[in-house]
Design a protein around this ligand. Sequence first.
Ligand code: OSB
Ligand code: MG
Length: 375
Amino acid sequence: MRLEGLELRRVAMPLVAPFRTSFGTEHARDVLLVRAVTADAEGWGECVALSAPLYSAEYVDGAEAFIKRYIVPVLRRFNDSRPAGVYALEPLFEPLKGHPMAKAAVQTAVLDAHLRAAGMPLGAFLGAVRGRVPAGVSVGIMDSIPQLLDAVEGYLEAGYLRIKLKIEPGWDVEPVRAVRERFGDEVLLQVDANTAYTLTDAEHLARLDPFGLLLIEQPLPEDDVRGHARLASMIRTPICLDESIVSARAAADAIALGACRIVNIKPGRVGGYLEARRIHDVCAANGIAVWAGGMLETGLGRAANVALAALPGFTLPGDTSASDRYYAQDITEPFKLDDGHVAVPAGPGIGVSPLRDVLDSVTTETAWINFTGVS
Ligand code: OSB
Ligand code: MG
């Protein structure tokens, strides 16, 4: 199926509340959307790169530039490849180093177009075994403990089945203790440090052990896999890796080194849903639990994440929250929480489409790249 063109669209999405992590505070999402147009269908991919390179090396302006300058010429070759299935994209992207979030957005848009044309839902394509997935929520760093407790109370009342607290030095043991004291030991609770610690903090991090956390996510730098393995021998809380797991190979290495017992899978971080599924498979083969991470996606990105989260190895609740966790007005029909779960879209492809009026009202820039008549 030939690609007729690619639309790159930037949308400005205000967050319902600022989201603070150890690497910064997001007030709004500046999202790059990719629309792949073929004769039979169009597909959507959401680029998860943030405005600044604070979570990983990528940032949204860089991703857009990379797509325009390096991915577009490759897509012209994709149109000449036979058969032009979505798997043909990976070897074409492979010589270009890095930029997994940019590549993932394009791959997802093309995959969505192909699946819509074939009438197949993304979940079915990936191997989903559930029609709905349990929803967790990621709770940012707050100015005070009472403010945090109010936020957590609201999420628990909404039905979220797992709470993840963002932590950093100076905001770790006390917020965890406060949440446990107020809401009890039954709450599924975990923390995410986004690389804010070093191995010299091991003794301090061991102070989290008495609180029965499901996991501590990415305490050490992205490239410090051996450090995580050493930390794992010094604390009881299971270590989960996010930033460090950049590919299925990296996952296999981290597991072999004993650096993690759990893995957070984010398709954008690893170059797309095909590689995300391989990580799921590597983890399943090694008895490592996985869960679906998030990057404050709009409904377009959320839909695809929820489909992935329905695979059998996703045995822990993901950051697959409802649309209103982040957005007063989503660009798709909103994802809603029902009994603590989010439904996997049943339609072809990612199963949701933008609400045209809403999409247009939040669009700040559009570029159309035409492939027809060019080979
Ligand atoms: O580390 O999981 C993370 C958001 C942006 C960047 C990194 C992370 C996050 C989250 C929020 O924790 C997950 C979500 O609800 O989308
Ligand atoms: Mg994380």
